[in-house]
Design a binder for this molecule. Structure first.
Ligand SMILES: [Zn+2]
Length: 238
């Protein structure tokens, strides 16, 4: 399930486009020539994200097959920052362990409920962010691909389940890029940030001009950071 774009998120996406934080992809990306390692959300209803990236890579390869080595995690780049709810197993572990379709023994489920604090700690300790930092390190080293593409997308079911708004997704994306660059800088990586939006799934009657037309936007993170800072100052001093 990929969720529904809320009217509030749709309005913020529209504002981000006006502020040119989200930009149509016009520039070429020569660093995609030797391939890319994208981090996608494995959303079965958003396969156009992958197809669009294939096209962006193919136009750089002089007719050679594009090399795309995807890593997937629910919420995509939201799994990378330490602060993100999706960086560990806690949003999912308790639900999994108490699902009677998975664990039929009532005694087991009762045990899980009684020992809930223990499982909350186990979930927090099970780090998805570290798992993906290792995956990136391994893929970059073994495939010789240095172009990383970090995605966020809206609407995103995993973000929705954790109550992460579009503005928070942007914040986590900036943190994800910064962390990846800091940790793997000496491997010579470049990091491109993209945001996919499906306007065809809006709630509350939002009627954006691109309704029905899913689109992938380029995000300049320094611009996004300045915009988020401006919004937070405006909130403090209205
Ligand atoms: Zn998603």
């Amino acid at each position: 399930m990929s969720g529904t774009l809320s009217a509030e998120d749709a309005a913020w996406i529209s504002a981000a486009r006006e502020a040119r934080v989200l930009e149509h992809i016009r520039e070429k990306n020569p660093q995609f020539k030797d391939g890319v390692i994208p981090m996608f959300c494995p959303d079965a209803d958003r396969t156009e994200m992958r197809k669009h990236l294939d096209k962006l890579v193919a136009r750089e390869t002089d007719g050679k097959p594009p090399r795309v080595h995807p890593l997937t995690s629910h919420g995509a780049a939201l799994a990378l920052p330490w602060q993100s709810p999706l960086s560990n197993l806690s949003p999912f572990l308790f639900g999994f362990l108490t699902d009677r379709r998975v664990f039929r023994n009532w005694f087991w489920r009762a045990f899980i409920y009684i020992t809930f604090p223990l499982w909350w700690i186990v979930g927090r300790v099970a780090r998805i962010d570290i798992f993906f930092l290792i995956k990136f390190w391994w893929a970059i080293d073994h495939k010789g691909i240095k172009a990383v593409v970090l995605y966020i997308h809206a609407p995103c079911g995993a973000a929705g389940q954790c109550g992460i708004s579009f503005l928070e997704q942007l914040r986590y994306l900036i943190l994800a890029k910064r962390r990846l660059k800091r940790r793997l800088e000496l491997l010579g990586i470049t990091v491109t940030c993209l945001c996919h939006v499906d306007y065809g799934n809006t709630a509350d009657g939002y009627s954006g001009d691109e309704k029905e037309h899913p689109n992938t936007y380029f995000i300049r993170t320094h611009k996004a950071e300045a915009w988020l800072e401006h919004l937070s100052q405006r909130k403090k001093n209205p």
